[in-house]
Ligand binder design. Structure first.
Ligand code: NAD
Length: 481
């Protein structure tokens, strides 16, 4: 795998951290060190902004068709190497190889879709109320854009903003999560090896607060696209007030799943188990809290408990594995605490609830089903980000809506029903940016992705996602004869 350049990319060169710093990257399935990777700070961020700023003028003046070629070439580069890339991603993230490969393949869809969308970024001409006047509205790229991203989707979280920003004509400084920098470096290599001009895309790795501080304080960085927790999103909002830096915030979620009594309960239980434990539950749009109608709650609970007991937990590199480890010890402790405290307060752990005995090393946690929750429990209120499936019964549609909306989060929600009226009524009244009705995946390049309330600001993907990397300029022409 020596063709892969696992370094920072600044101004077209693969470089170590300016101060020589490194970070020992750990495999969460074994707790052993994979390799040291560059881990820098403010100096690396400044150098990357310098490079991105220098590259902006010529990159933004290319036609969108020319920019699209680079994205298409990067997609082909990835598709030729999916197996290698998936292995490198699995080793650092813990996710099963099949999920890592699917993430890389899906990344190519984002590159291709934004390549196609860039030339469709039309302005408009507005009829003026004075005959000698013309008014043109023209989208223009923002300039240098910073991205700060979470480790849970180490390719997807990046490609959805990088592809949009590059297609729009922006240049990028990407700062991935310290737990999964290799996937970011590989995605950067896909674009670099496809001939992307120096400085158009830069990847730095290092101290999050120091690097974010540089991105926030430098007036040449016009936007930061952030994917991560609501806690850090709020810190960035505070920091952005100094320079009025535009922010796109893709933050946490606590997705409700509303299961109505008219469904095929066994089928919904099978789907629930598949989607709940994907990426070990570390998915911002993961189904979190299952609100199940009292008529079917017992049947649903039996099915999911039985299916959960059969889920195969292990190293993501093993073909049989369905659920890998959590990303680090801190995340596992958080999940353990949430379940332990709920149980102490009266919740019932129906299966799981501990570390798997056959896996003494690695940050593993058994897929867990919990019932008997009350709203006072943190497991009910907080984003778990782990393989825990809580079940809460409800009786009426209005009750389900009100408990589902009683949270500061508003990212994704799920509705399972065959009744058209229920589907329409509930999907309209849920205070969530994305609602899946009899569907489980609210992420695709062509559709806007983002949250309401404290789950975020702005949208990635879809035509909204491209527009979020553009300024709207209004040009007034007067004195036209
Ligand atoms: P986190 O906020 O701790 O970290 C996210 C990123 O921010 C990382 O790169 C981290 O290094 C960086 N960071 C940490 N401290 C920072 C600081 N002071 N200033 C600037 N950057 C800082 O989040 P996490 O726990 O690593 O990731 C999980 C969270 O991300 C969950 O809440 C999840 O829902 C959310 N998430 C949201 C989406 C979405 O699209 N809405 C997608 C994936 C993950």
């Amino acid at each position: 795998m020596s063709e892969y350049r696992l370094q920072q990319l600044i101004d077209g060169a693969w470089v170590p951290a300016a101060d020589g710093g490194t970070w020992e990257l750990v495999n969460p399935a074994t707790e052993s060190v994979l390799q040291p990777v560059p881990f820098g700070g403010a100096a690396d961020a400044s150098a990357a902004i310098d490079a991105a700023h220098r590259a902006f003028k010529s990159w933004s003046r290319l036609t969108p068709y020319e920019r699209a070629d680079y994205l298409m070439n990067a997609a082909a580069w990835i598709l030729a190497r999916v197996d290698d890339l998936a292995r490198l991603t699995t080793e650092e993230s813990g996710k099963p190889l099949s999920e890592a490969a699917a993430e890389w393949r899906s990344a190519t869809n984002y590159l291709k879709w934004f390549a196609g969308e860039a030339p469709r970024s039309y302005g408009r001409s507005i009829p003026a109320r004075v005959g000698t006047r013309r008014i043109h509205v023209q989208p223009q790229p923002l300039g240098v854009v910073g991205t700060i991203t979470a480790w849970n989707f180490p390719v997807y979280n990046l490609v959805r903003s990088w592809a949009a920003a590059l297609a729009a004509g922006c240049t990028v400084v990407g700062r991935p999560a310290e737990y999964t920098p290799r996937s970011a470096m590989l995605l950067a290599q896909a674009l670099h090896d496809s001939g992307l001009p120096a400085g158009v895309l830069n990847v730095i790795n290092g101290d999050p607060a120091a690097m974010a501080g540089v991105l926030l304080d430098d007036p040449r960085c016009r936007k930061i696209s952030f994917t991560g927790s609501t806690r850090v999103g709020k810190l960035l909002l505070d920091g952005a007030s100094k320079t009025v830096t535009r922010l796109a915030l893709e933050l946490g979620g606590n997705a409700p799943v509303l299961v109505f009594p008219d469904v095929d309960v066994a089928a919904v239980a099978r789907e629930a188990v598949t989607w709940k434990y994907r990426n070990c539950g570390q998915v911002c749009v993961a189904p979190q809290r299952f609100f199940v109608h009292r008529q079917v709650v017992e049947e649903f609970t039996d099915h999911v408990t039985r299916l959960t007991e059969k889920v195969v937990v292990g190293s993501g590199l093993d073909a049989a594995t369905q659920v890998g480890p959590l990303i680090n010890a801190r995340q596992r402790e958080r999940v353990e605490t949430l379940v332990r405290e709920a149980a102490a307060a009266g919740a019932h752990v129906l299966t799981g609830g501990g570390r798997p005995e056959h896996l003494p090393r690695g940050y593993f946690y058994q897929p867990t089903v919990v019932s008997g929750l009350t709203p006072a429990m943190p497991l009910y209120q907080e984003e778990t980000f782990g393989p825990v499936l809580p079940i809460i019964p409800f009786s009426e549609v209005d009750e389900a809506l009100s408990i589902a909306n009683a949270t500061e989060y508003g990212l994704a929600a799920f509705v399972l029903t065959r009744d058209l009226n229920t589907a329409l009524r509930v999907s309209e009244d849920l205070e969530y940016g994305m609602v899946c009705v009899n569907d489980w995946l609210p992420a695709t390049p062509e559709a806007p992705f983002g949250g309401m309330k404290q789950s975020g600001i702005g949208r990635e993907c879809g035509m909204e996602g491209l527009a979020d990397y553009q300024e709207t300029k209004t040009i007034f022409f007067g004195g036209v004869q």
